[in-house]
Design a protein around this ligand. Structure first.
Ligand SMILES: *[C@@H]1O[C@H](CO)[C@@H](O)[C@H](O)[C@H]1NC(C)=O
Ligand SMILES: *[C@@H]1O[C@H](CO)[C@@H](O)[C@H](O)[C@H]1NC(C)=O
Length: 559
């Protein structure tokens, strides 16, 4: 009894001594802790691999599903001691389900002084698609729900708006105006709830011999114009240092120092850890340089990729293995080496916070292939108005089925085009800066727009609003208002930036929706966006640029 009692007393005394995690904030282009010490990210990717999404556009082998790593308390407890032993201070998490409970994982990590960089995107259903970009109400709702769920945790430092959205295909640069619009809107939302968490983006490494400055121009565009439209922290997924073959000059690190010498916001490696020198275990010799004097002028550490087993074309990026029942973890030699490096190097504690000047935001120069004109804020009120006014709408079953929805939209647009009409209002073009009036609405509204346009073009013949039994007439629509007219009334300006708001109050996040209810039009909301953490399928959460990175790293080593 006595023993138990003293043990308890000791525990209580210990508990009292646990201090809240130090808040990390940005001053200019650096991160600082509360006491003014410069903060460097000693991070690791912390997400199990989802299932590969089968699509011909999926060059990176990106997953279509995800497993929320912050909702499994037993797993977080299992991993905690290893993360601490490796001096890891930040986890990068790529997708979470805002309807789940994250309290225990977040508390465990916070108590251990481990921060979280959280990507707001979900595979396929809530990320900017690089071939058909759109920043729409359904994505906005997912992002706001995730923010509302995670705002209560004191160890979230960054919300990422995307990862590797621009790839080597030239046309993907047209996603940039969308990404900048997402940054603008997420920042406005955070400001409206008095949050000072940072907004970030993780970029593909895009330079190649003879073609440098590509990702630097993306970094510039995302941090240009004004504080309100800029990211706070730019991540580069840099896999150019390959094990013992790597060095400052053999990798891109020298170029990283030069290119980002005058960058205005924080920069870090949002992924690193080339596996090309396998079977040699990664020695993580780059950590000393990444956290060294030269790099520290512009860079604030990085995120080693990846904790969990992560199969890719050029090997497995994981540094631990799990037992068959998931209850125990075995760390690899690579993990131990990474931990030794993280433990040994801290990064210079300079410049001092007081000496850092306020950042300047340069004139925006969109890279070739991207427009300076951004799409508007997804506006739930406007999209609800539009849906309410459209003459022909998909039935609930079609709305609920993402694949069927996509198929029917293709069919309706095909029919419309053969009838001399077009689905232009559904699309935004980030290369020309022309955004359709329904482009920022959810897929249900887009489908209704296409169906209605066809039905109206066919002289409102009831047979034209059938689509194999997937659609029906909207009794509330005016017979004299067609789809373009409805869009003109409900969405007068597709480029307008407004304060973002949810379509309906969040019912599952456990925290109130603090945004003004601009998105509430009195119950005429679109049918459920049905994209809350169901992790459907498609080309989006970008964990690792495997195939591409491998090709690039080979370049660097050969060059
Ligand atoms: C181990 O965890 C993964 C990810 O959560 C899960 O898919 C798998 O079913 C688990 N295995 C067991 C035996 O619980
Ligand atoms: C809906 O559309 C799909 C695709 O054209 C079709 O296969 C299906 O039969 C239609 N009807 C219903 C009720 O699902």
């Amino acid at each position: 009894m006595l023993v138990t009692f003293s043990a308890l007393t000791a525990l209580c005394a210990l508990a009292v001594q646990v201090q809240a995690i130090s808040k990390v904030t940005r001053t200019g282009r650096y991160l600082y802790q509360e006491d003014g010490t410069r903060f460097y990210i000693k991070g690791i990717g912390y997400q199990m691999q989802g299932e590969r999404h089968e699509s011909e556009d999926n060059h990176f082998g990106e997953p279509g599903t995800f497993i929320d790593p912050l909702a499994d308390a037993a797993a977080c407890r299992r991993d905690l001691e290893h993360l601490r032993a490796a001096s890891i201070n930040t986890l990068r998490v790529y997708s979470v389900d805002s309807s789940l409970n994250h309290d225990e994982c977040m508390r465990l990590f916070s108590d251990a002084n481990i921060y979280v960089i959280l990507d707001l995107t979900l595979p396929v259903i809530a990320s900017i698609d690089r071939t058909q970009p759109s920043w729409s109400t359904n994505m906005l709702d997912v992002f706001i729900r995730t923010i509302n769920t995670f705002e209560k945790y004191d160890n979230v430092i960054v919300y990422n708006i995307g990862n590797e959205v621009v790839d080597r295909v030239q046309s993907s640069l047209a996603t940039l105006p969308f990404l900048k619009a997402v940054a603008r809107d997420v920042k406005a939302y955070l400001k409206s709830i008095n949050s000072d968490r940072l907004v970030g983006f993780g970029s593909t490494f895009l330079d190649s011999p003879g073609n440098s400055g590509v990702h630097r121009s993306i970094a510039q565009f995302l941090s240009c114009g004004s504080e309100e439209t800029s990211i706070d922290i730019f991540g580069l997924n840099d896999y150019t240092w390959c094990g013992s073959r790597g060095s400052l000059d053999q990798s891109s690190y020298r170029a990283d120092i030069t290119q980002f010498a005058d960058y205005n916001v924080v920069a870090y490696f949002s992924e690193y850890g080339c596996t090309d020198a396998r079977p040699e275990p990664r020695p993580w010799t780059e950590v000393e340089v990444l956290l060294g004097e030269d790099m520290s002028v512009a860079w604030s550490g990085g995120v080693a990729f990846n904790y969990f087993p992560t199969a890719a074309v050029n090997g497995d990026f994981g540094v631990v293995t799990l037992s068959a029942d998931n209850t125990t973890v075995t760390v690899s030699e690579e993990f131990t080496s990474l931990g030794e490096r993280y433990g040994a190097f801290n990064g210079p504690n300079s410049p001092s916070r007081d000496s850092v000047a306020a950042p300047t935001y340069g004139t925006c120069v969109a890279p070739t292939g991207a427009s300076n004109t951004l799409p508007g804020t997804p506006n739930n009120e406007a999209c609800s108005c539009l849906l309410g006014a459209l003459s022909c709408r998909p039935n609930a079953a079609a709305v609920a089925d993402a694949d069927l929805r996509a198929q029917l939209t293709g069919e309706a647009c095909g029919l419309l085009s053969r009838a001399g009409g077009s689905c232009d209002e559904l699309n935004g073009n980030g290369a020309t800066g022309v955004y359709g009036r329904a482009a920022a609405c959810g897929p249900d509204v887009k489908l209704a727009y296409a169906m209605s346009s066809f039905y109206e073009r066919e002289g409102r013949n009831a047979q034209s609003c059938n689509f194999g039994g997937n659609a029906s007439l909207n009794p509330g629509a005016s017979p004299t208002v067609d789809a373009p007219a409805a869009a003109g009334t409900c969405v007068p300006s597709p480029n307008a930036a407004i304060l973002p708001a949810l379509s309906e109050p969040s019912s599952n996040s456990g925290s109130p929706n603090p945004a003004p209810s601009a998105g509430n039009d009195g119950g005429n909301n679109p049918p459920a966006n049905n994209n809350r953490g169901n992790g459907a399928s498609g080309s989006a959460v970008r964990i690792g640029a495997f195939a591409f990175v491998s090709a690039m790293s080979a370049f660097w080593v050969l060059a």
